[in-house]
Design a protein around this ligand. Sequence first.
Ligand code: FAD
Length: 602
Amino acid sequence: EGGIERHSYDVVVVGAGGAGLRAAIAAHEAGADTAIVCKSLLGKAHTVMAEGGIAAAMGNRWPEDNWEVHFRDTMRGGKMLNNWRMAQLHAQEAPERVMELEDWGALFDRTEDGLISQRDFGGHRYARLAHVGDRTGLEMIRTLQQRAVQVGIDVFMECTVTELLLDQEDGDPRISGVFGYWRETGRFVTIEAPSVILATGGIGKSFKVTSNSWEYTGDGHALALRAGASLINMEFVQFHPTGMVWPPSVKGLLVTESVRGDGGILKNSEGKRFMFDYIPEFFRSETADTEEEADRWYDDKANNRRPPELLPRDEVARAINSEIKAGRGSPHGGIFLDIASRRDADYIRKRLPSMYHQFKELADVDITAEPMEIGPTCHYVMGGIEVDPDTQQSAVTGLYAAGEVSGGMHGSNRLGGNSLSDLLVFGRRAGEAAAAHAAGLEKRPVLTDDDVRSGEWRAVAPFNVEGGDNPYTIQQDLQQTMNDLVGIIRTASELEGALAEIEALKRRAQSMTVGGHRQYNPGWHLALDLHNMLLVSESIAKAALAREESRGGHTRDDFPKPSPEWGTRNLVVRLDEAGTGVTLTEQALPEMPDELKSYFEE
Ligand code: FAD
């Protein structure tokens, strides 16, 4: 039919989280005609759930803090696999980006001196997270969204992008636009644009227990692969140590790290503060080895080392996992997180208002009076689209990526608070580069009717099959497989099992059936998302099988130690020839300049 809705812009941003909004604002300011497309309502992006804060070495609490210390913490947290240039830009530019948010109206919590308050988080040497209670993401989204709408950026909301379109002429594929559908009506829409920025967030919905929302089906990762871009670091998935374990309906829901940053401790069923038993050699010199020293640290950082509860997330999640496996777990299969016996009730309610309500309303637990039960939950993907560190451009001309969907910045493990700052720093950079690309073109790429028709054809395919599986059963099987076989502790045989199962699920997905018609049809939406989830899951499992070592978010039972050889290599994932799966290659890590290397010499 000729009736497909069409639009044209210089820059299209897919995603309205922190990264997408910041990118759109930058592109608009650089003079580009800019639109944002998002599959949920504006203001509902995942970023809104962020609790703890934005990491930035502003030095408001500790004047000793500066970008070099933040850079060092970030690289060490990522076990040195981070793209050093991204980690450097991030540490250098984060403070400016936070100040700019304040200029745009964000209301941060304050120090006694009236500066932006900064709180403690795992892996950060100094209190560094700018925050608004435990609702930082909400304030960030509110501020960015207001600015984006105010300056006149067009928003296509509840609109899902299913294809990136390419102009293949001259043998150099370049982005020509996006194809998608309106969730409510099921009607199709194409937006022609020479620059597209993917800011679609993460992949958590491929796992059964996750802190992530329904939106996290890895769309951007899969769109990029299909357009010819590469992904890196996909084996590194972050399991946050503290998700709710009870009641079952909220299993996986996040319990912010701020609980530990503000004094909470972890205990097993014997009442033991067990994290002292799990301090790895790598962090021994900077971690307290007695409870007394750990407790003194909150008020005197200069003369004490930080509590082991604030080790990077991968360490804490593994320790909790071990305690549960050893039979020292809580009644509902978690471990205890206790702030009630450590801080008074007023302090807890003021610093952690959302946590207080979350437990009161969902679990009938008063966290000012009793401990919480928590356990690891799939939280964040370090892996993502491989980009140029300065411009965020992918391997495809005109395609950019920022935020959780991009890779490299966090290496093998992300420090808490470093995502919100990542969104701002690289969102802005992507927006500027995408606008410059569009402005510099002699000839705009061409989007043909054939491109549009093929997008349409693929999108309606699930309606043309009969008697196949329903997408919900395939999704459930995938989530169970990823949780059981590609989870927090991995082995070769289980990963091989997972890959075989993913192949079988891909076959089932080829003939899955959806009923009804295109008007608001969640089963159909899921059928389209599932292809993305399967491609991403295959990427994770393949990379996890290849990396024969344990590092950061990737733990191999059969290779329990980090290996020096693997410490110099990235795994890169690309779409295979058939276009139905992925292939892996190894790639040398970019070499850090000597000047930066000197920060790591003790
Ligand atoms: P998102 O905010 O997830 O936005 C993605 C956008 O893409 C959405 O608008 C979505 O609708 C859109 N989208 C996706 N697919 C499509 C598609 N196919 N078509 C159209 N639109 C699409 N990090 C910190 O630094 N500090 C914290 O305190 C913190 N707390 C957290 C708490 C929780 C509970 C969770 C889950 C995460 C937390 N994180 C935190 C991590 C951080 O919130 C995320 O990594 C970050 O918000 C991701 O932002 P983003 O802009 O990349 O994507």
